[in-house]
Design a protein around this ligand. Sequence first.
Ligand code: ATP
Ligand code: MG
Length: 400
Amino acid sequence: MQYDHIVIRYGELTLKGQNRKYFINQLADNMRKALRSFPNIKLNKTRDRMYIVLNGEDPKAIMERCQSIFGIHNMSVALKVANEEEAIKEAALKLLKESEKIQTFKVTTKRSNKDFPIGSQQFNQILGSHLLVNTEGITVDVHQPDLEITIDIRQEATFLTSEKVDGAGGLPVGSSGKSLLLLSGGIDSPVAGYLAMKRGVELEAIHFHSPPYTSERAKEKVLDLAEKLAFYGRPIRIHLVPFTVLQQTIHREIPHGYSMTVMRRMMMRIAEAVAKRRGILSIVTGESLGQVASQTMESMHAINAVTNYPVVRPLVTMDKKEIIAISEQVDMYNISIRPYEDCCTVFVPKQPKTKPRLEKVEQFEVKINVEKELETILPLIETVTIEAKNEQQQELDDLF
Ligand code: ATP
Ligand code: MG
C-alpha cells in the first residue's frame, strides 16, 4: 500500500490549554531532529494532530524512530484523498484489498468537516456496502473487526487510517525545562534520566570520575549511556568532573563512616554550582529509597541539606527489579553492566554509616575548606556534547 502520510496524535498534550502551541512546536522541533535521516519528509502541524508527509520515505522506519520520541501518544499510516465520495470509496477499497488475512472489517467515519454533504452514519453504510460488493468472503463485524478503517473527513482533506501504533507517551523533551542529571555508570541514574525526559525534561549531565583509579573505559561507558539518553531527546552536554584529589582529601580528613556522606555532599555542591552557571533549575539523581547506605532517609536528609535546588528522584519508590526492567527496555542495561570501576566504589568505605546525623557531618566537614575546594575543581571540569547516533552509524555498530 502506498501510504503517503503518518498521522501523529498528541494524547496528553491536548490537556495543555494555552501552552498547547508551545508544546506542539517543541514536539515538531524534536521530531525534525530525530528524523533528519529522512530528508524528504515534511511536517504539518495542526491543533490536534501532526502529519508527516512521507514524500516517498519509508513509513515503517519512520514510525519506528517516532516510537522513541516523547509527546507522541499514538500514530497511524494514512492515505490522503480529496473530500469526494468516489475518491474515498476507491481508497477504502484499496486499503481493504491490500490488507492481509482480513475476514471482517468495520468502517468508522468521523466528519469534523460539516460541509461534507453525507452524515457519518450514512457514509459508514455507503462505504460498507461498497466494500462488501467489491470483495469476496469478507464480512462486516462492528464489535471485533480484523480491520477497522477510519475515515477522517476534515476541512483540508480526508485521511484514511487503519491500525494505531502506540507512541512513547510523555511530554516533548524540552517542554518542562532543563535538569542536571547526576550520571554514574550504574544502572539507576540513566533510567532516572530517561524517566525525567519522559516528563519533558531536557538534560545536561554531570559525571564524577577519579583517574587513574577509574579507567578511560569507565568514562566511555558513561558517554555511551549519555548517547543512549540523547537518542530519546536532544544532544546532551556532559560535565566531567575530575574528583580524585578531592576524594583523597575526604578520605584523609573525614572518619571513614562519614566519608561517603561528605563525598555525596561535595558532589551535590559541585552539581549545584554547575547548574547555577548553566541556568538549570533542578537536579536529577538515580537514588532509590533504602537501596544502599547512601540512600536511607537519614542519608538523603544529610546529603540534601547542602542545596536548595529541587532534587528530583524519579526512582525513589521503585524496586531494583522494576528499574532493571526499564533499563533493559530502553537498551541501556548492557552498557550499565560493563564491569568498570565507578569513583564511588573506589573510595567507598567498608562500613559507611547508614544513619548519618547532620550535626555530626557538619562537625567533621569543618576540616574541609568547601569554598576553596569548589574554586579549585570548577575550572577543571571538562564539558563535551554527546549526540545520538544516526541510523546508519547504529547499523554499522551493530554489524561489528
Ligand atoms: P547508579 O546505578 O545510578 O550508579 P547506585 O545504585 O549505584 O546508582 P549510588 O552509588 O548510591 O547508587 O548513587 C546514587 C546516585 O548518585 C546515582 O544514582 C547518581 O545519580 C549519583 N552518582 C553516583 N555516582 C556518581 C558519579 N560517579 N557521577 C555522577 N553521579 C553519581
Ligand atoms: Mg553507582
